[in-house]
Design a protein around this ligand. Structure first.
Ligand SMILES: C[S@@+](CC[C@H](N)C(=O)[O-])C[C@H]1O[C@@H](n2cnc3c(N)ncnc32)[C@H](O)[C@@H]1O
Length: 237
């Protein structure tokens, strides 16, 4: 393959949080691919691209969110074949992803399959602003200060895996992919005395966006595009 594959982070959803570097790469790419649930469904990442520059054209790659590993891999392989055809034709191909392409991103699933076709494919990534950064900015929350640490954890399979991060009370905990388990996350934060000040950001920068303190949230589940920030226990003096 003579082409080049570029993983472009488009930020969490607001088109003005797409960086100048990302826009530069998108405007110069021969083809822009976006992951999508179905060929007739515009993905969130695609919507950011076309709102940032309505002249850009996007090709959808169907990446259904399925838990079955074999079916998921087959979808990634089919997408890689399509991308591989563009690369073999010598084209530069951008693949857009919400947030950053190196953090919990489908880009690397795609890349793994593209590399099976051509291990020497030329690749680069363009960083993107992440949802938790947009959420912190919107709520004027200092994410970390002085010697505080930051954990980024996933609650895709429920909140069990986040307990050890919560036990580190001097750290901030960012919880990704926990929307389905919001009620259980709230219960766990309460049990660890970490609920106070915790924030929920749903669909940041997208239609239906909202930011709330978790203490005032009464729903037990939220959108897949939900991020929780649990601040450290800070002394008020
Ligand atoms: C597959 S991960 C993608 C992460 C992305 N690569 C990043 O750097 O932010 C999906 C998770 O990212 C978070 N997320 C991404 N975009 C979001 C948004 N607009 N609003 C809230 N959370 C978002 C949610 O926790 C969601 O479950």
């Amino acid at each position: 393959m003579a082409g080049r594959l570029i993983g472009v982070g488009v930020g969490p959803g607001a088109p003005d949080l797409l960086t100048l570097r990302a826009l530069h790469h998108l405007q110069r790419a021969d083809v822009i691919f976006a992951p999508s649930m179905a060929s007739d469904v515009q993905s969130r990442a695609e919507s950011v691209v076309v709102r940032a520059d309505p002249n850009l054209r996007v090709r959808r790659l169907v990446f259904a969110i399925i838990r079955d590993d074999a079916a998921r891999q087959a979808a990634h392989r089919a997408a890689a074949i399509e991308v591989g055809e563009a690369l073999s034709a010598g084209l530069s191909a951008a693949f857009v992803t919400l947030g950053d392409p190196n953090v919990y991103s489908t880009f690397h699933h795609l890349l793994r399959e593209v590399r099976r076709i051509d291990p020497a494919v030329a690749v680069e990534t363009v960083p993107g602003i992440m949802a938790f950064q947009a959420l912190a900015a919107e709520a004027s929350l200092v994410v970390t200060d002085e010697v505080e640490s930051l954990h980024i954890v996933t609650a895709v399979d429920g909140p069990v895996g986040i307990e050890s991060a919560l036990e580190d009370t001097a750290s901030t905990v960012v919880i990704y992919k926990g929307g389905r388990h919001l009620g259980a996350i709230v219960d766990l934060l309460r049990a660890h005395d970490r609920l106070e000040g915790a924030l929920l950001g749903e669909l940041m920068g997208l239609e239906g966006s909202k930011v709330e303190l978790l203490t005032s949230v009464d729903q037990r589940s939220a959108s897949y595009l939900s991020t929780v920030i649990v601040p450290p226990r800070r002394s008020t003096s």
